[in-house]
Write a new protein. Structure first.
Length: 99
């Protein structure tokens, strides 16, 4: 099992090295970042990653419709970052944890 701490360190590295092409990160913080989108800005924080990560760990996957049509807009930005992790497999309908 990959711990949240490990995943968060990997995510922080991706963001610091500016390796995320799908979203425009305009500000970076220790516990999150701000994304510019067509309707304004969205703050994405560590808690957003916790919610998605817990779901993926428990079910070993998360449906994309839950990400894109879910209760929080920030989940789609979490997805944009997490799909770049080597232990996440991005399929047509789900993202999966690969160990």
């Amino acid at each position: 099992m990959i711990s949240f701490k490990t995943m968060w360190e990997d995510v922080s590295g991706l963001i610091t090295r500016e390796e995320i092409d799908d979203i425009e990160i305009i500000e970076k913080y220790k516990d999150g970042f701000v994304v510019r989108h067509s309707e304004g800005n969205c703050f994405v924080n560590k808690n957003d990653f916790i919610d998605v990560w817990c779901n993926i760990l428990y079910f070993k996957e998360m449906p994309k419709n839950q990400i894109f049509n879910g209760p929080r807009e920030s989940f789609k930005y979490v997805y944009a970052v997490m799909k770049n992790l080597p232990y996440i497999k991005d399929n047509a309908e789900v993202i999966r944890l690969v160990e």
